[in-house]
Design a protein around this ligand. Structure first.
Ligand SMILES: NC(=O)c1ccc[n+]([C@@H]2O[C@H](COP(=O)([O-])OP(=O)(O)OC[C@H]3O[C@@H](n4cnc5c(N)ncnc54)[C@H](O)[C@@H]3O)[C@@H](O)[C@H]2O)c1
Ligand SMILES: [Zn+2]
Length: 386
């Protein structure tokens, strides 16, 4: 597996191979191509390069006008640099700041975005740039997917979760009051630009929640990456540059490989939902408050690993190794104390249902996963306690 290194290293990625790596002026840069035919794009990594990102976006899209969609904290810290780069390329930038929080992914905010796009005079030659976490990526991306039947967009993710998960795969969308992510579109971005320096201001709790999705990627796909994380999780959370670069890149590569092979959610893409069946039930029950998505995923993964062992899919010891790593990341691993029937009813409304059964993602040991069509009673057996 690739090891990040300084020095003049250049290599092109072959199918499923190593990404191109360009280093210079003390900054590690890497480019990971996402191969989706004519919708292909690249994830570009760097550090302290927001202004350069602005220039690149401006140069690449050739858009005269760009709407920059962001949230208050991120806007204050990072929008000026990005905007400077865009303006240097002659782009007219309109900044749109939406409120923080998942509740922002709603129809009203979407409608406000369309209003602002029209005020800014965005046309088919214009573009949307989202700067922030998964919330602005999903909302801004969906607005771009639907405005004038779709205009280009670029993501500049600033959370771990958005970098390794939300920004790859092209899923965009909003929540309805009946549930999360019920309306959406697959709209691939023209590019994803990651500045790891933005993670310095990200609260530790958010970093850890993002790390849960990193661990998930390793858990379903790459035992060696899991082992690598076992010796570096603290360094990752402390944002040691080399470790952050390699971890993000490896997790992105896993998601990219899955998405390249299965853009529209056949069997393979389901593996990315490892830990998510219980996680969604926990989130729904908490009214999406008090628990972060990554935290619910951590709990859900331990549960899934435990059930996978019990059902004979995973060897003994899988759960305990996973649990140990998640605990070191400061993540919760035990479900909130609720009656079994509460979990069952929350799972019964799961989107991935097929008749009375669910495509449950099982662990087949560290680094490997599969799906099993299981009844709810197999997933949460009688007598199970949170
Ligand atoms: N499209 C997909 O494939 C996909 C995948 C996973 C998750 N999602 C969606 O992503 C959303 C969650 O994303 P998230 O965890 O990034 O949440 P988020 O966008 O709400 O960001 C988390 C918090 O961090 C703050 N923040 C962001 N960057 C910061 C920075 N650099 N410094 C300081 N604070 C910063 C935000 O203001 C927010 O308070 C959910 O809505 C989920 O549905 C989408
Ligand atoms: Zn997730």
């Amino acid at each position: 597996m690739a090891v990040m290194q300084r020095g003049a290293t250049r290599s092109r990625r072959g199918a499923g191979g190593k990404p191109e790596r360009i280093t210079g002026r003390g900054r590690i840069r890497a480019t990971l191509p996402i191969d989706l035919g004519e919708r292909s794009y690249a994830v570009e990594f760097g550090r302290d390069w927001l202004e350069t990102i602005g220039r690149r976006i401006g140069g690449r899209l050739g858009a005269e006008r760009i709407a920059l969609v962001t949230v208050p904290t991120v806007s204050r810290r990072y929008a000026p640099m990005l905007t400077r780069g865009l303006r240097a390329m002659g782009v007219r930038v309109g900044r749109i700041v939406v409120p923080d929080g998942d509740a922002t992914k709603n129809l009203q905010q979407l409608s406000k975005l369309y209003d602002r796009f029209l005020e800014l005079g965005l046309d088919r030659q214009s573009a949307v740039v989202t700067l922030g976490g998964g919330v602005v990526g999903d909302l801004g991306g969906f607005a771009a997917a639907t405005y004038l039947r779709g205009i280009p967009f670029v993501q500049v993710p600033t959370t771990v979760l958005a970098m390794v998960d939300a920004s790859i795969g092209g899923k965009t969308g909003i929540n309805l009051k009946q549930g999360k992510n019920l309306v959406g579109a697959v709209h691939q971005p023209r590019g994803v630009f990651i500045d790891v320096a933005t993670l310095r201001s990200l609260p530790m709790r958010e970093r850890a929640a993002g790390a849960a999705e990193l661990i998930k990627a390793a858990m379903i796909w790459d035992a060696e990456f899991f082992e690598w994380l076992e010796s570096r999780i603290e360094a990752f959370l402390d944002l040691e540059p080399k470790v952050v670069f390699e971890a993000l890149e490896r997790a992105c590569r896993i998601k990219a490989e899955v998405v390249e092979r299965d853009e529209r959610e056949g069997g393979l893409r389901r593996l990315l939902n490892f830990g998510h069946t219980l996680a969604h039930a926990i989130e729904a029950h908490s009214g999406y408050r008090g628990i972060l998505h990554g935290e619910a995923v951590a709990i859900g993964m331990v549960f899934a690993a435990d059930r996978s062992e019990a059902l004979g899919f995973a060897p003994d010891g899988t759960r305990s190794r996973l649990e140990a790593l998640l605990e070191r990341a400061g993540l919760p691993t035990r479900p909130p104390d609720r009656p079994r029937r509460a979990y069952l009813s929350a799972m019964a409304v799961d989107k991935k249902k097929e008749g009375d059964k669910i495509h449950f993602v099982v662990s087949k040991g560290i680094g490997s996963a599969g799906t099993a069509l299981l009844g709810l009673r197999d997933i949460i057996p009688p007598g199970w306690r949170a």
